[in-house]
Design a protein around this ligand. Structure first.
Ligand code: DX5
Ligand code: ZN
Length: 219
């Protein structure tokens, strides 16, 4: 069976107790830590940026999974890598088609893993030409910008198509899903072929966090 990785989204964390939050999720079995960076331009919300990543990146042992929902990934990606990102995932919709490869190569040249994310309205086929260069494809299962939204079932078909394509090409690119993930929607994503589940509101502030992480990992 495929190994499922859980990446808790810090967007739902209690920032007044951040070290405690990090310790709890790490001890509960999360392997990645998801940073939702929002610029108030690519998405209609502002979250946190480089200084926050820098102060948190080495306070735990999880992989720093940085999802940049910003308009200028070419300019900002190197700054997030310098601040401790292990994986930078930028949005396909944020760059001109001709620049996608440049952004991928830039991130890889800094010894960082690279991912591309697509919004619910973007066809997954658009990513296929870049698949062999990518460590991760992040399928958004809500409109990017806010935590706590309802999972969009349309993501499942994209995951299944992508799984088939990745397997047919014999690639090790991981499929990550982000938005509205709980035990029910998480199971559907895993069945469709997902490898990494991002979850915010389903995990943070919950007493049975370990059980919930295990639910997502299907342990
Ligand atoms: C939305 C973010 C998600 C979000 C997930 O733009 O990319 O990571 O925080 O939160 P939940 O799990 O609450 O949908
Ligand atoms: Zn995210």
């Amino acid at each position: 069976m495929r190994k499922i990785i859980v990446s808790p989204s810090l967007l739902s964390a209690d920032f007044t107790n951040i070290q405690k939050e990090l310790n709890i999720i790490e001890k509960s079995g999360a392997e990645w830590l998801h940073f939702d960076v929002m610029d108030g331009h690519f998405v209609p919300n502002i979250s946190f940026g480089v200084p926050v990543l820098k102060s948190i990146a080495n306070k735990h042992h999880m992989l720093n999974d940085v999802h940049i929902m910003i308009s200028n990934p070419m300019f900002y990606a190197p700054k997030f890598i310098e601040a401790g990102a292990d994986l930078v995932t930028f949005h396909y919709e944020a760059v001109k088609k001709a620049d996608v490869t440049h952004v991928i190569d830039l991130i890889k040249s800094k010894n960082c893993k690279v991912g591309i994310s697509i919004k619910p309205s973007t066809d997954v086929k658009k990513i296929y030409p870049f698949l062999d260069k990518l460590d991760v494809v992040l399928i958004m299962s809500v409109e990017p910008g806010f935590g706590g939204q309802k999972f969009l079932d349309s993501a499942l078909d994209k995951i299944a198509k992508l799984r088939k394509t990745i397997d047919k090409m014999h690639l090790s690119t991981l499929i990550e899903v982000d938005g509205g993930i709980n035990s029910d929607t998480g199971r559907k994503c895993v069945n469709a072929g997902a490898d990494v589940l991002v979850a915010g509101s389903y995990l943070f502030g919950q007493k049975d966090l370990k059980k919930r992480i295990n639910n997502l990992k299907r342990i």
